[in-house]
Write a protein that binds this ligand. Structure first.
Ligand code: 3PG
Length: 473
């Protein structure tokens, strides 16, 4: 009997990999899977009766099971593991095989891997996937980058398994090289900022206004029916209802207030700094996770550092309504920062990114999916040359109408001592971006005073230096 060959291969059968395999099979594709942990291969094999799948126990068996030229998806942790898998796989690969790294690899690693494998005539693509476990199973947002030709080979697969927004697949060819992994990194940076903004709203309502978990659930549920409609707001409302099996309390109250991270948020701020693109809300979102892990120090400081009592004495419904608008304002500024970073990175790294495609594929399937992305897509489609989303016809008026709410909330934070760095950074980004004059002439003067770093003038061309503090005649 002729041996069956499978359409695609998946290496890494953890939660994401396994669910993506089932998703692929649902769309009629056959898949061979491999994981160095055989128990995961066995779990996959249990689906054999239902799906066209097989589990391999070594990489040779895996490679032999695939149709040629092979298409292999990797869903393994980012970093050296990706290189180690590629190196072990290489002896069993042939010319024109395609490897798709679907993990959260750093974009610079993806560039190196593309170059390295090119020499062996093996194609390599960096493909960002967002949506968590349920996204992988039911349709994620997919951010592929690499050679256009390679993309065309897998477009039918990716379009089939992706989420759909108004009937359109949440996948598009984003650009050459590491474009896909870069866009996924910025997606995660926006995700960090979005989550921090929600966390600040939670602190205001819980600690400041003394709201119960049931009240919080109701507020987030209502918010998810309006301009804040999004995956993150919706799961937040669910979280407040979840009971802890061990104590019977609400689970959220039993979780240590110390946030972990795998690095993509920090990578976003690092790269934005290197490109000199301001993304202050993403910066503070990363910093706040870093403050959160100083639990022991914070407990000591709580007894020693003075400040207001973090209690809010205004009408709770009024506070929630103002906060809803302030959050909407801030989320627009976060997307403006993310899009500005993508526009600059596209020039710097020659990605030729299409912002309307990116906004389009983020509308469903991914963690930052939100109804505001419909407006963002419309804004970048009708005004593609705009330097900043905040200047678009769609958002200019919205921001003008919302900004007083952000100011009120920030004032509440300052008066009560509740830390609101992301809300504050959103407002400061808006205010500094709309400042035709900023005090950096003084900063330039200081640089020239102490370091002879020179300055430019407002009234004539050229570079100038002054011998400061000399006696003037
Ligand atoms: C992921 O990539 O899994 C998350 O979107 C971000 O993860 P983190 O919060 O652990 O960095």
């Amino acid at each position: 009997m002729e041996k069956r060959l499978y359409d695609y291969g998946m290496i890494g059968l953890g939660t994401m990999g396994r669910n993506l395999v089932y998703n692929m099979c649902d769309h009629g594709f056959s898949v061979a899977g491999f994981d160095k942990d055989f128990s995961k291969v066995e779990i996959l094999e249990k689906g054999k009766g239902i799906y066209k799948i097989c589990g391999a126990h070594n990489l040779k068996e895996f490679a032999d099971a695939l149709k040629k030229p092979r298409v292999i998806l990797l869903l393994v942790p980012a970093g050296s593991i990706v290189d180690s898998v590629i190196n072990k796989l290489k002896p069993w690969m042939s010319k024109n095989d395609l490897v798709m790294d679907c993990g959260n690899s750093h974009y610079s690693d993806t560039n190196l891997r593309i170059k390295k494998l090119e020499k062996e005539k093996i194609h390599f693509m960096g493909v960002g996937i967002s949506g968590g476990e349920s996204g992988a199973r039911n349709g994620p947002s997919i951010m592929p980058g690499g050679s256009k030709k390679a993309y065309e080979r897998v477009a039918p697969l990716l379009e089939a398994i992706s989420a759909k927004a108004k009937g359109e697949p949440c996948v598009a060819y984003l650009g050459p090289g590491s474009a896909g992994h870069y866009v996924k990194m910025v997606h995660n940076g926006i995700e960090y900022a979005f989550m921090q903004l929600i966390a600040e709203a939670y602190q205001l309502l819980k600690q400041g206004a003394g709201m119960s978990n049931d009240q919080l659930h109701d507020i987030f549920l209502k918010w998810n029916d309006g301009s804040l409609k999004s995956y993150l707001v919706s799961i937040t409302s669910d979280i407040f209802k979840q009971k802890d099996n061990l104590t019977g309390n609400r689970l959220v109250d039993m979780i240590l207030d110390s946030a972990h991270q795998k690095g993509t948020g920090a990578w976003t701020t690092e790269d934005a700094m290197a490109l000199q693109v301001p993304v202050p809300v993403i910066d503070v979102a990363v910093s706040m996770r870093n403050i959160s892990i100083l639990k022991e120090e914070r407990l000591v400081a709580q007894k020693q550092l003075q400040g207001p009592d973090m209690k809010i004495n205004i009408d709770k419904q009024k506070l929630a309504d103002t906060l809803e608008n302030a959050l909407y304002f801030s989320i627009i500024t976060v997307f403006a920062q993310g899009m500005a970073l993508l526009r600059n990175a596209s020039d710097a790294y020659q990605y030729d990114l299409k912002l309307e495609d990116i906004a389009g594929i983020w509308r469903e399937g991914c963690i930052i999916r939100a109804s505001v992305l419909d407006d963002i897509m419309a804004a970048v489609t009708t005004q593609p040359a705009l330097s900043n989303l905040m200047l678009s016809e769609v958002f200019k008026e919205k921001l003008a109408g919302l900004q007083e709410n952000a100011r009120q909330i920030v004032r509440t934070g300052i008066n009560t001592g509740i830390p609101l760095p992301a809300l504050m950074a959103s407002l400061s980004y808006y205010d500094s971006y709309r400042s035709g004059w900023l005090p950096d002439n003084l900063l330039q003067a200081q640089r020239d005073y102490f370091g002879a770093h020179t300055y430019e003038r407002t009234d004539r061309e050229g570079t100038f230096h002054t011998e400061w503090n000399q006696k003037q005649h």
